[in-house]
Design a protein around this ligand. Structure first.
Ligand SMILES: *Cc1c(COP(=O)(O)O)cnc(C)c1O
Length: 454
């Protein structure tokens, strides 16, 4: 066991701009549509929900968007995140492959999500906004926005998916520590929440429902804006700070990834690590493989349709073209709350449709098997979401072993699992199950997709 393990940049090497893949796409992605007129949505359609600077980022085709200095200054609290060579895991697997991971678990909230929570809160503050409303699954996004809100003196209201609210009381305590108000969703505070509760009093909730509640609150009150932790173009943009760092760190390492892996809920941490590399390829650079990994219980990319759909259950959002299981589909409860979303980022869906990336679905138990092997070699306990990326990296390393190939594998460790030890307890007690979704419910949700003229 010798050789360097960590590639660490200093604070001055935090990227000065985010990377916008829209500048390099061979075909532009289909536009978002206004749900009433079915015409392409303009910046004005998003104004009730987002400050103008973020709307302009959403539709920008500039390749580089400057990171304002106050945001870089906050990024310095935990960025650049380390690139780590998993030598002990390589040895345990007996693979000729080299495995590297970016550890996004080093942020204050424990995941990649503050990379976008901080800029979103900052642009809202610049626009004079005093309160943000949002949803959260496992609580990672809610705690990230709560942290960012605390930095800028913005009040944050979080609708947390019921099943996670019950499963993960520590996440809620973290949100409250940062000063946010956290409600279980569906809640009685919104029309969308009350409508669901009337039909399904025991609803475990879903990200689609929680988004409806958070959007409703913002749409009804001009003093409140909405913040989304994934899916949107500007969120993916902010996450590229991670991939841009990885490019510099691989230069330090004198290495270069052949395969880039990320788990996908809404697609933001995957895009954050993959898009800067994919952009180099689109500008004529070398070809790499990019693998997006989703849970088999919520298989948006591998089983969903590529179609126009709503981002939420109550149909308050614009229509976007994406891989979707249908906005009324409620994925079975699993420990990867952050991956239980019916849709996928339009940009991730688009590059998949163009054949530029691969998608794979993994079952929960195999992911925890992989995560425990990883923890016993590398010491870091992955978040349940991140276990999907770990599992895929191990699969790729074992493929390299079978094929006798010394490839370089990079995966994004999107977060640590210190707040998710309940999932690990369930695993050790043999209570973790491979939840299957209901095929009938999926067919019904897909049949209910809105019809949009070509
Ligand atoms: C939210 C979350 C995800 C999934 O969201 P993406 O937008 O797809 O990145 C993955 N990992 C962790 C740790 C998360 O908190």
């Amino acid at each position: 066991m010798s050789g360097q393990l960590k590639y660490v940049l200093d604070e001055t090497q935090i990227p000065k701009s985010w990377y916008n893949i829209a500048a390099d796409l061979p075909v532009p992605p289909p536009p978002a549509l206004h749900p009433g007129t079915m015409q392409p949505a303009g910046p004005g359609d998003f104004e009730p929900l987002f400050p103008m600077e973020l709307i302009l980022q959403e539709v920008s085709t500039e390749r580089e968007i400057e990171i304002p200095e106050p945001i870089r200054d906050i990024y310095r609290m935990w960025r650049p995140s380390p690139l780590i060579r998993a030598r002990r895991l390589e040895q345990a697997l007996g693979t000729p492959a080299k495995i590297y991971f970016k550890n996004e678990g080093v942020s204050p909230a424990g995941s990649h999500k503050p990379n976008t929570a901080v800029p979103q809160a900052w642009y809202n503050k610049e626009a004079g906004i005093k309160r943000l409303s949002t949803e959260t699954g496992a609580g990672q996004w809610g705690s990230s926005l709560a942290f960012a809100g605390a930095l800028f003196g913005i009040d944050v209201t979080v609708f947390q998916v019921r099943v996670s609210y019950d499963q993960k009381p520590y996440r809620r305590a973290l949100m409250e520590t940062y000063g946010a108000r956290c409600l279980p969703s569906p809640s009685t505070e919104t029309e969308s929440g009350r409508a669901i509760l009337a039909q399904f009093p025991d609803s475990p909730g879903s990200l689609g429902i929680a988004i409806s509640e958070a959007v409703e609150v913002a749409a009804k009150d001009p003093a409140v804006k909405y913040a989304l932790g994934s899916v949107l173009n500007h969120v993916l943009l902010h996450q590229t700070v991670n991939g841009l760092e990885a490019i510099k760190q691989f230069e330090m390492a004198g290495d270069d990834p052949d395969v880039v892996i990320g788990c996908v809920g809404g697609g933001s941490n995957f895009a954050g690590i993959a898009f800067p590399y994919l952009g180099m390829q689109l500008r004529g650079g070398r070809k790499r493989r990019f693998v997006a990994v989703e849970p088999a219980s919520c298989p948006t990319m591998t089983r969903g349709k590529y179609a126009y759909d709503f981002g939420d259950t109550a149909h308050l959002t614009p229509l976007v073209k994406m891989h979707t299981l249908g906005s009324t589909f409620i994925p079975p409860a699993s420990h990867s709350g952050g991956l239980r979303y019916h849709g996928m980022a339009p940009l991730v869906s688009h590059v998949h449709q163009l054949g530029l990336i691969e998608a794979r679905a993994y079952r929960q138990i195999a992911c925890f098997d992989a995560a425990i092997q990883f923890a016993r070699c590398e010491g870091i306990v992955p978040a349940p979401e991140s276990t999907h990326a770990v599992c895929c990296a191990i699969d790729e390393a074992l493929r390299c072993k079978r094929e006798g190939k010394a490839e370089t594998i990079l995966f994004n460790l999107s977060g640590h699992g210190h707040f998710d030890m309940g999932a690990y307890i369930a695993y050790f007690e043999g209570k973790l199950t491979d939840h299957s979704y209901d095929e009938g419910e999926l067919a019904l949700a897909l049949a209910g997709l809105p019809s949009v003229a070509a």
